[in-house]
Structures are given as C-alpha cells and as structure tokens.
Design a protein around this ligand. Sequence first.
Ligand SMILES: Nc1nc2c(c(=O)[nH]1)N[C@H]1C(S)=C(S)[C@@H](COP(=O)(O)O)O[C@H]1N2
Ligand SMILES: [Mo]
Length: 384
Amino acid sequence: MKLPLRLPGPPSLPISFSGRLHDARTATAVGRLLGAAVAVCFVTGLVSHVLQHPPALLANSLPSRPSWGYRFSQGLHVASGIAAVPLLLVKLWTVYPRLFAGPPARSVRHALERLSVAVLVASALFELFSGLFNTAQWYPWPFSFVPVHFAVGWLLIGSLLLHVAVKLPDIAAHWRRRSPGTLSLPAEDATDRRSLLVATGAAVGAVTLTTVGQSLTPLKSLDLLAPRHPDHGELGLPVNRTAARAGVTAESVRGWRLHVGGPRPYEITLDELRAMPQREVILPIACVEGWSRSARWTGVRVRDLLDRAGAPEGALIRVTSLERHGAYRVMVMPHTYARDPLTLLAVRLNGEELPPDHGYPARIIAPNRPGVLQTKWVSRMEAL
Ligand SMILES: Nc1nc2c(c(=O)[nH]1)N[C@H]1C(S)=C(S)[C@@H](COP(=O)(O)O)O[C@H]1N2
Ligand SMILES: [Mo]
C-alpha cells in the first residue's frame, strides 16, 4: 500500500513523498541498532584515544592489564564501525523523505532541529567512512586523521544525544512491537518491516563475518573483505611500515648499540643484550587500524634494563627508534607498562631473530597498548 507522508501543520508540503517503510516505526527499529553500534564505537574510540594520547592526569597510571585489553577494545571499535555502515545506510533510506521535506524551516525550533539532524548525518557519514578508509590505510584527504576523527566523534555523539532527546516521544511510541492506537500501521507493512530488518541484519552479519577475522583470528579464514589478513607478513605477522619505508638500512643498524639513560647511563651491544636473561611472552600487536595478531616474543625485560641504569620506579620512559622521520619515532611509556614483567625489548619473534621489517635489532612489545606504540628499531631508552 502507499503511505503518504505529510508533516502536520501549515503551510502544506510542496513535495510529497510516498512509499513503504519510510515511517517512524521503521526508523526507530533501525535507529536503536545504529545507536547501539555508535555508542560502542564511541566508547571504544575514547579508550583508544586515552591509551594513545593519555591526558596529563592519566599519563603515568594507565593499566597494562588485561594484556589483551586494547586488542579487544580496538577490534570492537572497528567491528562496530563497520556494522554501523549498513545500519546508517538503511536508516538514511527510511528517513530520506523527511530530509527533503519542505518548507526548510517552520519555526526557529524546527530550524534548529533540522540543523542538528544535518550535523548528525554529516558527522556520522564522516566518522564511518573516514574510519573505514583508515582501516585500508587510505588517506584521501589533506588533514591529519587522528585529531579530526576524534573531534568529529564528539560532534557525532553530541548531535546523536540531541536527536534522541528531541525524538524521545516518537521513540517511546514505537519502541515496543505493538504501536499504540493511531500510530499502528497496517499488517502488510509489518511483514515488509520484518523483511527489511532481516535483510539489514543479514547485511550487518555479512560485513561483520567477512571482516572481523582481521582481529578475531579464529574467523580469519572468512576474512574476505578485511583490508588485512592476520597471517600475511613475515613470520606470520603483518607489517605496517617496512624497514625500507622507515629508512632503516643494513648500514644504519651496523654497530648498533642500545643507550639506556638514567642516573647510571650505559650502552650495550646486541650480543650483550642477547647475553642478558631472556624472557618469552605471548602478546598481540593490535593495530589501531583494526588488525591484530598474537605472537611469541623473546627478549629482555624493559624493567631489567631500566634497573641497571638506576631509573626510578615511577619514571616515564622515553623510547626512541633508529628511524629518522615518522610519527612513531619517539614513544613515551608510562611506568605501569615499563615495570610490567611482560614488557620486553624483544630480539626474537616466533622463535626467529627479528626480521628488519619487524624491528631488528630490537623492538618494544608491551601488554594492552596500541600497535603504534610498539616501537620498532629501538636505539634509546631513558627515564624522564
Ligand atoms: N619505529 C616505528 N615503530 C613502529 C611503527 C613505525 O612506523 N615506526 N609502526 C607501528 C605500528 S602502526 C604498528 S601497528 C606496529 C606493528 O607493525 P608491524 O607489524 O609492522 O611491526 O608497529 C609499530 N611500530
Ligand atoms: Mo598500527
């Protein structure tokens, strides 16, 4: 059946949309799923931001456990963002007649409401697509991804809360299966709505199953649409930035020494580092872009290296890479990570000497930290 859509009150609409399922009931049903996905994405995004760029207050007290924490939260961030894409498209399809309904503004209140919806739609599209492009390491824009994605995230959550508040009466009326009184819709539409929701659920299931294997490794064989496959890469671990791209050459690692700064600074060669007590840990690399993979690392505990330099227990540690340029050349490590017995300066990966692309001669591996902070080609460590 045709369902004419008309907004109440004068003046009458210059355009009139008609069609099925462009109604509040469908919009609410899809909207609550989308809202849940966006909420999960926002919270896990905040976790990621705080772990990567800790505010001064938390700078030296972030938890290094659970060791899989970041892997889990970032996997969820990317999975919920991907799941939100089909949900957003269906939601926009259900409401688009209203987006183009005239007149543009009936009152100041109405104008503000439409403005907030415009901000909501624009920020949602921006967040989901910029995030999706980021998982593919594709940056077709002139700005820096992290600060802009973070700022627009707040815009999105703010306009979403405002939208939910404005629509609360509609949401309340349509939340449960049976719409009360005049709001109830003909039976044929209920079947259509069910089909639409089933199809939407199938789309969400399909995009999730074909991408989530990039971090949920038991499902890695289904990983058809994910930009990364967790198995691809030397020694079964993906490589983001190769030694060649970082400008780290055989020349630049020749005669490598590790400088450890503190009250009793010292330098050691790779052979001396290998002669120190070696530990083995199983820890994941969890890239902010969504892929993650566990591996077996062997090396010296960072805290043993620091103790030898007399570094104070609570000091922040600055780690510097051989790499000449690049945003991840210098990394600061809170003492909670530096003192964790799982945190190593690793020299071996999965039983083999570290290959150049994985950070030869030595790299950091720490629990519950974003991949970008697992510094490769380490040359210097100092207590601040
Ligand atoms: N020095 C340095 N270390 C680095 C990077 C880098 O660009 N330079 N990339 C980081 C990123 S983004 C990730 S996800 C991890 C894991 O990348 P890998 O698998 O290429 O080692 O290494 C990190 N360590
Ligand atoms: Mo990364």
